[in-house]
Design a protein around this ligand. Structure first.
Ligand code: NHR
Ligand code: GAR
Length: 216
């Protein structure tokens, strides 16, 4: 079994999409061994606990600096011996030392079509820039923020009537599809990074039964 640790900061809907994919049998060979939050009030913690997944809280505010928080976070993660660490709406920039420790087994979902709009407030910035296409990106995490090798992206149209809330909701629906897909590929051992780019091994294989989250 591939052991997965999920890091969250808030709502945890991407975490929930991965849990749902597991429950639907769409992540064979994957075990979600822990959910860790950097905020005690992260709503996703309740959902994880309700799903029977062990949870931990490590509040960044209690640490002197980023290095100290990241060292403690790494220890907390390592205790679960993960094969994969998934950032799902995790809102703390990670130090190079942390990223190096988990490099190659650290995924993030970012709410833009990278390399456009790295960093925060992506939906507002997409509207401001007037792009007609927006979306989300799953990537391997590297020390350079939001610049790691890209695993999968999904695009959505930007409508004239959009505000940041409506655009974020349209993107989020796609996040819930592509993140479980990326995790599945990782668990299947089908992702290889060559010269900073992701190769999907056995891409010609028959597609797995379409596993998409069901609307609430
Ligand atoms: N760390 C590294 N080294 N590389 C990446 O690619 C990372 C990362 C940590 C998080 C997620 C990322 C995103 O998808 C991510 C990718 C937080 C911030 C941020 O500025 C930026 C990008 C991302 C996550 N955080 C503020 C900070 O000072 C705090 C903001 C807050 O608490 O609300 O860390 O967008
Ligand atoms: C998602 O849109 C995710 O892409 C984004 O925050 C949201 C988290 O939602 N991540 C970032 O902005 C990282 N800086 P969730 O908690 O419901 O998964």
């Amino acid at each position: 079994m591939k052991r997965i640790v999920i890091l969250i900061s808030g709502r945890g809907s991407n975490m929930e999409a991965i849990i749902q994919a597991r429950d639907a049998g769409c992540l064979p060979g994957a075990e979600i061994v822990a959910v860790i939050a950097n905020r005690a009030d992260a709503k996703g913690l309740e959902r994880a606990a309700a799903a029977g997944i062990p949870t931990r809280v490590l509040e960044h505010k209690r640490f002197a600096d980023r290095a100290a928080f990241d060292a403690a976070l790494a220890e907390c993660i390592e205790a679960f011996q993960p094969d994969l660490v998934v950032l799902a709406g995790f809102m703390r920039i990670l130090t190079e030392a942390f990223v190096r420790r988990f490099e190659g087994r650290l995924l993030n979902i970012h709410p833009s079509l990278l390399p456009a709009f790295p960093g925060l407030h992506t939906h507002e910035r997409a509207l401001e820039a007037g792009v007609r296409i927006h979306g989300c990106t799953v990537h391997f995490v590297t020390p350079a923020l939001d610049h790691g090798p890209i695993v999968i992206q999904a695009a959505v149209p930007v409508l004239d009537t959009d505000d940041a809330t409506s655009l974020a909701a349209r993107v989020l629906a796609q996040e819930h599809i592509v993140y479980p897909q990326a995790v599945r590929w990782f668990v299947e051992g089908r992702l290889r990074v060559v010269a900073g780019r992701v190769q999907l091994l056995d891409a010609g294989a028959p597609a797995a039964a379409l596993c998409v989250p069901q609307p609430d």
